[in-house]
Design a protein around this ligand. Sequence first.
Ligand code: ATP
Ligand code: MG
Length: 597
Amino acid sequence: MRVSRLLLVTLRETPADAEIPSHQLLLRGGYIRRVSAGIYVYLPLMWRVIKKVMKIVQQEMDLVGGLETLLPQLQPSELWKKSGRWEGYTQGEGIMFNLKDRQKRSLGLGPTHEEVVTSVVDELINSYRQLPITIYQTQTKFRDEIRPRFGLMRGREFIMKDAYSFHTNESCLQDTYKKMDAAYKKIFARCGLKVIPVEADSGAIGGEASQEFMLTADSGEDCILISPDGKYAANQEKAVSIPSDPLPIKEEQSSIQTTICSGSIEDLCKTSQLDSSQIIKVILMLATIEEGKFQPILISLRGDQELNEVKLFNEVTKLINKNVLEISPITSEGVASQGLPPFPFGSIGPDLEDTYLKGAKNWSNNFMRLADHTAIKLKTFICGANELNKHKFNTNWKEISKTPSPLDIRKAKPGERCVHDPLQTLQEARGIEVGHIFQLGTKYSNALRATFTDEEGTLKPFWMGCYGIGISRLSQAAVEQNNDDLGIIWPLAIAPYHVIIVIANMQDILQKELGEMLYLKLQESKIEVLLDDRDERAGVKFKDADLIGIPLRIVVGRDAKEGKVEFLIRHSKQSKLVSSHEALNEVITHVQSISNA
Ligand code: ATP
Ligand code: MG
């Protein structure tokens, strides 16, 4: 392809709305254009990258026996009501775009495809003899993200490969899950990217076990915790650790004392010479449940611990056994809007009476009382006395009239001891989630009554797995991991073109002819080649070549008269003067190295 025909519009300035390097570089390099929040055009260079990623993914899916299909993006609400996900996905913080057709029937634009695929497989498969199967597609997904940002990283319209597997039993599912895990590792390695698998929360997709694939990058939205021996890696949302030990308190008679402080733990520690591990702090949250119900939750944590909201959400969902739409902090305004008397914020203890909720407009009249294990394990502690500026000192759980249920709802933190080996401590890394695999179990097949007949002739629900890769996110994440001050450095396997020939001076006939000759020869050798034949200054062309990040470069300049050119590798910036013939061979050898990888 000739750069003069490429529709290449590069920008010198960094666009103001782009915060992270990959987003800036893709905009500057003429790869993408923003149409609206989270909605982008993939320009020709970007589309080539995306197609390469798709091809690698599709090859590996075919190798594990996946059947490629294309499922509809418009999905009837009935299917989502059957699975019980319609409300959760369309209300509160739900991310499904939804609409009504001319007959006033509700439809959603597919954010994911468990419902559709389960119902169609149920129609097609009757017998255990037809199992297992894996179906996959590569398609545009729609999600009305609360905070679309970072370009293709969190789009509202983006490309995903999603696969779904169906099995007669759990061990068959686990077998496919393992194969997918291996296929994913191969995909990321083939793309030339550093990606680590981590234990993950299953989120709104649900199911038993799940694993995310994190591309390591400083700008990653996810915090991952890793043990130095590499045996444990988890998303902080899911991670566990051995907590630090609390500082002991001198056992004394318990007493209620006046504490003049702002109500924050730090302040209380300062004014009363305490360590935060000696205090029970109480957090009040409100769960919005389907069917318009609201449940106040009173959470007791050890003062030095932080609430893990994902763990909390999962535990509350389990306890309530209904769809929880949202959990958010209770504020004094919220309390007032219920027509309730003010709560003693800053001095609330685990035993705040339920009478505080009496007469609430639409909240439940009882607190759901939860505590983290670390709080319950404290023998003696300080906690709010449920009266403004009063705390109970040297108290214990026996003195607290209402003991909450102990759960794991705290955040594991870097520096804490690893569960599998207490001699090691967790280290932190930032990651971009590029893939996620789930063992769904029978969640969807049960809900949608999707069954097969087993060897004994009994109807059984399918065991299911699902496996996603964010194709467009991965394509941008590749840039986040591979760039320098000058621009992008594409890994060869997913670069839009393997090589760019830059003709330094288009007015020089010798340079032009040698450039054109190399262009032709490389095309004949099936090399993906760009020819910068623009009538621009050499400096401009070099800058653009650096910016768009084509991995190999041949510069045809003054030495063309001796039949020599400069061969340059973008990654190492190493260059050498070689004969045009040698340059051709260099390129061919490099490109062959990816097909042999
Ligand atoms: P996240 O936690 O980042 O919101 P998710 O866990 O909701 O993602 P999944 O449902 O697991 O996402 O989707 C599979 C893959 O699709 C993700 O691993 C990610 O790579 C990609 N993906 C998800 N949401 C987006 C988005 N808004 N824009 C681009 N890619 C996305
Ligand atoms: Mg995910």
